[in-house]
Design a protein around this ligand. Structure first.
Ligand code: ZN
Length: 78
């Protein structure tokens, strides 16, 4: 099955947002994730700063990249 948006379009991770994601928000929760773990949210132009601020407010390390960029690790060992 093929969706109307095609296989190359990734939607924003923000709840309720269907915009095309142009950024990756790479993050980690130091309390439960080791340094080798990287969680990735996809974000549109509008929500990339919202998602980054959401994580930074919790003291999680965050690295924002363009969509498709793979990050090996985020932050440093706690
Ligand atoms: Zn969005």
């Amino acid at each position: 099955m093929f969706g109307l948006t095609g296989p190359d379009v990734v939607e924003c991770s923000r709840a309720g947002c269907r915009s095309e994601a142009r950024h990756n928000v790479n993050w980690r929760n130091p309390k439960i994730h080791g340094l080798e773990r990287v969680k990735v949210w996809s974000a549109c132009d509008e929500h990339v700063s919202f998602l980054r601020d959401f994580l930074e407010a919790r003291d999680f390390p965050v690295v924002v990249t363009e969509a498709g960029v793979v990050v090996e690790s985020v932050g440093t060992e706690a």
